[in-house]
Each structure stands twice: as C-alpha cells, then as structure tokens.
Design a binder for this molecule. Structure first.
Ligand code: FAD
Length: 347
C-alpha cells in the first residue's frame, strides 16, 4: 500500500510513526512518502510550540474530550520519541489574583494543592513570590523541535519510508492508495471553517533561574506559561489573538510576555532574549481537532493550541482508519458536525 503524508509537523510525523509501527506489528506492507515543503521537519507552527503535555490543565478552558484524547499523549511521547519529561506542571497566581487559582481548581482535576513550603520543595525559586500552587503531578513537557527531529530521524531509518523535503505537495499527482493531509493552516483553502489563531512566543536565557517543570501563571488579561528547556533557556508563551497575520510579533505582545515572565521570576528581567516568534494555530470553530475523510484521503487538522497534546490520539485513529477501516465518531468531522447540530437543537 502506497501512502503519502503531506506535512512534517506534529500531525504528519505522529501519523507516520503510528502507521509504520502498526503496519509492522500486523505484518502489513507499506510504502510511506512524507512530503514537506520546508527543508526539514517541524518548521511550521510546531516550531513555536511550548511543548506542554498538560491534559488536565487544559480541561480548565476546553471540552472534556481534550483531556481524554490528551491523556494518550503522555504514553506516546515517552515511547515513540522518549524525550518527554514527566515532572508535572505548576499553576500559580499573584496574591491579588488568588481567586483565579480557586476558579482554576474548580474546573480541573488530577492536582494537589501546595502551600508555600510544598512549592519550595518542588521549585525553590518560586516560593518567595507565591504562597502556594496547584501541582498537576502526572503532566509532562518536551522540547517540540527535539521531539520532531527525533521522530523524523527514527522514521528515516525505516527502509519503507522516504522524506521529500522542499517539495510542494499540491504540485504532485494524486497517485497513492491513501493520502494524509497534515498541512496545518496551509490546508485552509480545502477545509471550510479552518482559521488561524495567532500565537507569539519568546525564548529567554538566564543562568539565575532554575525551574524543573512548566509554570503557568494565571492573570485575568495576560495568562502566561514558562517551559524550561536545555542550556538555561525558557520558552515563554503565548499570546492568543484572533488575527491571521502570521509573521509580525508586536511590541505590545512582547511587553506583556516579558512582564508576566518577570512576575513569575524577577530574574527574567535580566534574561537574554534568544528568540521571538509567531505563528497561526490551525483551529476550527470549536477549537477541537478533526479527521475529515474524503474517500481515501484523510485531513488531520484543527490541533489549535494542542498540537503535541492531541496529535498522538489523532495519529492513532488515522492509522487505524487506513489499516483497519476503523471509524472514530469522537474525532470524525461528519460525526462532530452531527454532534454540533444535535447540541444546537437541544439548546
Ligand atoms: C506560540 C505557540 C505555542 C504553542 N504551544 C503549544 C503547546 O505548549 N503544546 C501543544 O500541544 N501545542 C502548542 N501549540 C500549538 C501547536 O504548535 C499546533 O497545534 C501544531 O503545531 C499544529 O501542528 P500541525 O502539524 O497541524 O501543523 P504544522 O506544524 O504547521 O505542520 C504543517 C506542515 O505542513 C507543511 N506544509 C504546508 N503546506 C504544504 C504543502 N503544500 N506541501 C508540503 N508541505 C506543506 C508545513 O511546511 C508544515 O511543516 C502552540 C502554538 C503556538 C503558535
């Protein structure tokens, strides 16, 4: 069976990995071509992600399906690209915004409440600034660029997988048994209702800050998170703007990100700015992911701000549709459409 995957971002590479491992396990023959218009993997929206694998924190502002699909990612990112660190995540709020923390705790689960001493035991650097935190012990984080580079390298070592970089797949003939379109926002012309939600981020470096796990700081207007990476660097993210202007990082957004990072740890004020960036999160109207099937073509899209959290669940289902003719109403576009209509009718 000849399969083409378009796009080597989180959606495309997780789908490729699931297809190859499931075909191997069931003794199926498969020739997989991964076509990517950039010159390497993970250079689209996935490049700018924070890499938080935080299904229970995300439940605060999303539908329950995000937590249930997202829980699958914890297993995937410790097996397929074993780069995820399972050290949990912390949620804090400045003293004046303590009510935000209480509200967050009412909408989430799988956490313990830490007092100042408990916080100091986990993250000594934070205890001076915050009197407590919510600790989501089972959550994880990864470096998205390292994780996708690892997946691409693992796949490239398979004899039945080829990568074609620097190729625009829309110029190729439709000559495969199956095509998995994982183009993210670039699929907008084909996917009615797909929109981009702008996200800006920055990477800071400081030798004076020690954090072992992601920290989210609640704020009524500028919630922010900091994800520790290698070499004393920290990803600080991210704005959420209903605006499809991809490239521009605005001064206002940078000021907001820096101010919020500064509120988490004053030493961020002296940190070196290593990088700033911006991209469009591919999103449907309900910010939930979809698989759309058109004959022997699948679109995997709508990962919104959950690319690394939800792509493993989408990938597993896509591989089972291709290899086993399975059907998954919880993510299929036509079924989600019916679910939406039923919900609207009830309302
Ligand atoms: C600032 C920011 C922070 C984020 N933080 C997180 C986070 O902490 N956790 C999380 O899970 N998610 C996070 N996200 C969301 C996540 O980045 C996206 O959901 C995810 O990257 C979407 O993945 P994708 O594979 O669908 O798209 P992409 O990563 O954009 O991949 C699509 C690929 O298709 C290629 N392509 C497009 N057109 C063609 C063509 N014609 N031919 C060949 N190739 C083509 C592109 O070059 C690209 O490589 C964040 C996003 C942003 C912007």
């Amino acid at each position: 069976m000849r399969i083409r995957i378009i796009g080597a971002g989180a959606a495309g590479l997780t789908a490729a990995y699931e297809l190859v491992t499931r075909a191997q396990a069931s003794g199926r023959d498969l020739a997989l071509q991964i076509v990517e218009k950039n010159l390497g993997p993970g250079q689209g929206c996935s490049f700018h992600a924070g890499g938080m694998i935080a299904p229970w924190c995300e439940a605060e502002s999303t539908e329950p399906i995000v937590a249930s699909l997202g829980a699958e990612a914890l297993e995937f990112w410790t097996r397929a690209a074993p780069l995820a660190e399972r050290r949990g995540s912390l949620v804090v709020a400045p003293e004046r915004d303590r009510a935000e923390l209480v509200q967050f705790s009412r909408r989430t689960s799988h956490f313990t409440t830490l007092d100042r001493a408990g916080l100091a035991a986990l993250e000594p650097d934070l205890a001076g600034n915050f009197s407590g935190a919510l600790y989501f012990e089972e959550e994880a984080h990864l470096d998205p660029r390292a994780a996708l580079a690892f997946l691409a390298k693992t796949l490239a070592a398979e004899p039945n997988v080829i990568f074609d970089y620097g190729v625009d797949a829309t110029t190729l003939p439709d000559d495969c048994d199956w095509t998995l379109d994982c183009r993210g926002y670039a699929a907008k012309p084909d996917l009615a209702g797909l929109r981009g939600v702008k996200g800006e981020m920055m990477v800071l470096r400081s030798a004076d800050i020690k954090l072992a796990r992601p920290v989210r700081m609640l704020h009524p207007r500028h919630p922010v998170y900091v994800v520790p990476r290698a070499d004393g660097t920290f990803m600080v993210g991210a704005t959420m703007i209903e605006n499809e202007e991809r490239a521009r990082v605005t001064a206002r957004s940078l000021v907001e990100l820096v101010n919020s990072a500064f509120a988490i740890h004053p030493a961020f004020g002296e940190a070196e700015v290593v990088e700033t960036g911006s991209d469009l999160r591919p999103s449907f109207w309900d910010n939930l992911p979809r698989i759309r099937r058109e004959g022997r073509k699948l679109y995997l899209n709508g990962l919104y701000r959950h690319g690394f959290l939800l792509s493993p669940a989408l990938a597993r289902r896509a591989a089972q549709i291709v290899l086993e003719d399975a059907h998954f109403p919880e993510v299929m576009d036509e079924d989600r459409g019916q679910w939406r209509d039923a919900r609207r009718a009830r309302a």
